[in-house]
Design a protein around this ligand. Sequence first.
Ligand code: CP3
Length: 343
Amino acid sequence: MEDLTARERFLRACRGEEVDRPPVWLMRQAGRYLPEYREIRARASFLEACADPELAVEISLQPYRRFGMDAVIVFSDILIPLTGLGVSLDFAPGPSVANPIERASDLERLAGDVAPAMEPTCEAIRRLRAELGPEVPILGFAGAPWTLAAYASEAKLSRDVERLVVSSYTEPSFLDALLDRMAEITTRTLELQIEAGADAVQIFDTWAGVLSSPRFRRFAGRALARVIEALPSGHPPVILFARAAAHLLEDLAELGADVVSVDWRVDLADAALRVGQRVSLQGNLDPAALRASPATIARAVEQLVEAGSKARGHVLNLGHGVLPTTPIDGVRAFVEAAMRARG
Ligand code: CP3
């Protein structure tokens, strides 16, 4: 077929329509592995960079200028919406919360609108559109209710999200109320970015994998389904990422997302068989594989493209974010091999 624009290629793969080759981008494509990112971070803290549209635009464009991926994700963080509410957040560099949400009376602190905290990100999306024109897709994103609740409910997130999982047994009605509020926050965060011009949005449920399938459906999954249902009709494609969640693949495919993003532990061809035609798939090279030689990376990309051809549609990506230790040549080899592929 004729060459598509990056935006057409991306949207068609999300919807499971024919493409010339699978679109490619990388989670955490802007970040510490890039010297030009580290240079900005020497002058501004992470939260300052997120709150400054000019810096956010510059950082979002850094990987695109080097590698020309098929999508630009706006630079921000899933926890930014919470900073505008009564959650005192710091990054050092991992997130920490000075006043975690621990009981029903703390939920009052989550009242209020996320729009002011999200305004720099929305302004960055508008400026990115002006800069990139209509042919490059711009991705917005938000944290899933369960993952936002996980970070909000402990000063420093414990292994296996202990506090939240325990509350699902000891105080399920508190957890339901917390997830309901987080679902409103996720929905509003996505709506604002869609209004600002995002072409697709990704929801990150980084911690969903700690739940068994029945408990995922009862708590995290129910909240996710509500978010996707609440988006305006005709909304842009929704990509749903969950880490270490191979046991939840069928559940994730049921929630109304267009694309399910799987990590590297899952065999992509097997995942395609399991979800059938319900959703497209995104992924899923092991981020550590970007340390391998360009030839090894290229072979891995070819295998992924072959496996992904069994899915309804395939967006080529890593299985999780780029590691700060990743060599630039590894990212380049990944993107170049993806661009040589034929769908
Ligand atoms: O993908 C992109 O390039 C867009 C920007 C983006 C960031 N974080 C920038 C960031 C996105 C989409 C996120 C999502 C995010 N943030 C998730 C979900 C994805 C995942 O990794 O599972 C989560 C759980 C967070 C919360 C968060 N933010 C953590 C746990 C950390 C510290 C650990 C780490 O990887 O550094 C952050 C900080 C963060 N977010 C950085 C960046 C570039 C590093 C900040 C720095 O410069 O020091």
